[in-house]
Design a protein around this ligand. Structure first.
Ligand SMILES: C[S@@+](CC[C@H](N)C(=O)[O-])C[C@H]1O[C@@H](n2cnc3c(N)ncnc32)[C@H](O)[C@@H]1O
Length: 196
């Protein structure tokens, strides 16, 4: 269902929905603690809107694994011709085709609300991230604004960012610690560390 919805939007995504404010994307990427040489898993990469900004952070030695359930979105990301540091995975976050402890950081930019089984998604993310690695769940608007937009679209009306207490509970249960959530009119950013 969600796959069909995003496959149907792929051709027009960059025009109608993707964040166009490059300074916002750049500032968000700079706020993520992604070190040069990192292996980053970008879950729900879509058409790869956030990839250029993460490429800047990982430098020459890093790698981005761009994962999405919707093959048409990934097709658009691939067509952008990013350099060889980017590899693509057509998969569901609930079944990530990677070995455990294989990535340094996981980024969910504008995608987390759409994960239908959030507990399972977080358990999988925790499995593939290294100890001491980080998860970043981010958006270019507040939780209230994002949820309001989704509420107005029947296909994604129930795809919301959980309340802070629920987010903390889910992350802790999945194996994350040091949870910091910032929610203001400019951004939403949730950071968490995989327990050592
Ligand atoms: C709102 S779009 C955001 C795309 C991109 N990050 C951006 O900011 O333009 C959400 C993306 O998450 C993907 N997605 C939704 N559920 C997913 C799942 N269970 N596993 C992997 N990707 C998923 C969708 O296919 C879609 O491309």
């Amino acid at each position: 269902m969600i796959r069909t919805y995003f496959n149907g939007k792929a051709a027009i995504w960059d025009e109608i929905a993707a964040e166009k404010d490059q300074s916002k994307l750049m500032q968000m990427a700079e706020r993520l603690d992604i070190r040069p040489g990192s292996m980053v898993l970008d879950i729900g990469t879509g058409t790869g809107v956030f990839i250029p900004y993460m490429l800047h952070s990982i430098g020459c030695e890093g790698k981005i694994l761009a994962l999405d359930i919707a093959e048409e979105m990934l097709h658009r990301a691939r067509a952008k011709g990013f350099n060889g540091a980017v590899a693509y995975l057509n998969a569901d976050v609930a079944h990530i085709p990677l070995l455990e402890a294989s990535v340094d950081s996981v980024v969910c930019y504008s995608s987390f609300p759409h994960f239908q089984d959030k507990e399972k998604a977080l358990a999988e993310i925790c499995r593939v991230v290294k100890r001491g690695g980080r998860l970043f769940i981010c958006h270019s608007s507040s939780r209230e604004a994002i949820n309001g937009i989704h509420n107005g679209i029947p296909e994604v009306a129930h795809d919301v960012i959980p309340e802070e207490w629920e987010m903390r509970e889910m992350l802790s249960e999945a194996g994350f610690a040091d949870i910091v959530i910032e929610d203001n009119c400019e951004n939403y950013l949730c950071r968490a560390l995989k327990k050592g």
